[in-house]
Write a protein that binds this ligand. Structure first.
Ligand SMILES: C[S@@+](CC[C@H](N)C(=O)[O-])C[C@H]1O[C@@H](n2cnc3c(N)ncnc32)[C@H](O)[C@@H]1O
Length: 170
């Protein structure tokens, strides 16, 4: 009985900790984009079958699945955390999307982004700052970047205030 109480306290503390952990850490909490916001991203970026969409730190894969399934884009998710990578992989298979959605378990800092037409990010400002030189170096002119919640130091093109989304164009 005592062990069970002890275990419950540990789980409770881990849960509390997960809420304050920075979302760019591999031990980050399950901060995620829900399907409604994923659809709002696709609409703001006008995603279509002609797009190659990257989600940098794709979490459980909700965005890449929505972009491919509902907006017919080719989607690529990059995720460093093995558990989230596995969940995304399973969800992609269950949705029969393996031909349209790819997922890579690696750091997005080591991914070549030159083929992207849209890049989606839900990361803390410190990480966005580090990604900016990579965006400027690798992304083609005209590539759309959508940032959820946090600003990037680029000229803002469009904003969806209701969903806390910002669109930038390289
Ligand atoms: C706030 S979550 C967003 C998840 C997903 N994009 C969404 O909106 O639902 C940030 C994600 O980035 C991942 N991540 C953080 N640093 C990373 C890195 N260097 N390379 C790849 N993934 C990373 C984390 O594991 C986490 O899943």
């Amino acid at each position: 009985m005592l062990e069970l109480i002890f275990l419950s306290i540990i789980i409770f503390l881990l849960l509390i900790l997960s809420w304050v952990w920075p979302p760019n850490s591999p031990w980050a909490p399950w901060w995620r984009t829900n399907r409604k916001t994923a659809r709002a991203i696709c609409k703001l970026a006008e995603i279509s079958k002609n797009d190659i969409v990257y989600d940098l730190g794709c979490g459980d894969g909700t965005f890449i699945i929505t972009a491919a399934k509902e907006f017919k884009a080719e989607a690529i998710g990059v995720e460093i955390d093995p558990s989230r990578f596995l969940i995304s992989k399973i969800r992609i298979c269950l949705n029969n999307l393996s031909s349209k959605v790819k997922i890579k378990r690696k750091s997005f800092f080591n991914e070549d982004l030159s083929q992207a037409t849209v890049v989606v990010i839900y990361l803390v400002p410190k990480t966005l700052e580090k990604l900016l030189p990579k965006f400027k170096k690798e992304l083609k002119k005209g590539t759309r970047i959508i940032s959820y919640k946090y600003k990037i130091n680029l000229r803002l093109e469009k904003e969806d205030k209701k969903n806390n989304l910002r669109l930038y164009v390289i």
